[in-house]
Design a protein. Structure first.
Length: 141
């Protein structure tokens, strides 16, 4: 559910003067989590997010309802044209070539962030602030 932190992240992402692929992907994810989709987006509170600078992708910190904070490092890996976000497991490939930044952001919002963690919850890597991380290594711990 959108809140002031989420709105501020969207505003900051919209204000980037020359957005990179990663900036655009993050903005697409944040907007999708604000506007909704086919999954549990109403149960999500976005706490933080930033684009990756070493590869195409982004990190987002969120929580389910009033739960503990969860961090996801999502990155577009190699030429497979599919996001990798669950312990090195590829999502279903996008049709055609590599996804646009917007397609990638929407995919991560709908089918990674706004989906329950399931068994992944038992394998989160905690950082010094208590955020449980999952996704593509290296995780920001």
């Amino acid at each position: 559910m959108p809140g002031p932190e989420h709105d501020a992240l969207i505003a900051a992402a919209e204000a980037v003067p020359s957005p990179t692929w990663s900036d655009r992907a993050l903005l697409a994810c944040l907007r999708k989590l604000r506007d909704g989709g086919p999954t549990e987006w109403r149960s999500i509170t976005v706490r933080d997010g930033w684009p990756l600078r070493d590869t195409e992708g982004f990190c987002v910190v969120y929580s389910w309802s009033e739960g503990d904070p969860i961090g996801l490092r999502a990155a577009l890996e190699g030429s497979r044209g599919a996001p990798v976000y669950a312990d090195g497991v590829y999502a279903e490939p996008f049709s055609g070539d590599e996804p646009t930044a917007e397609q990638f952001g929407w995919e991560i919002a709908d089918f990674a962030v706004a989906e329950p963690l399931g068994r992944r919850a038992d394998h989160l890597v905690r950082d010094g602030d208590g955020v449980g991380w999952w996704g593509v290594a290296p995780l920001p711990v």
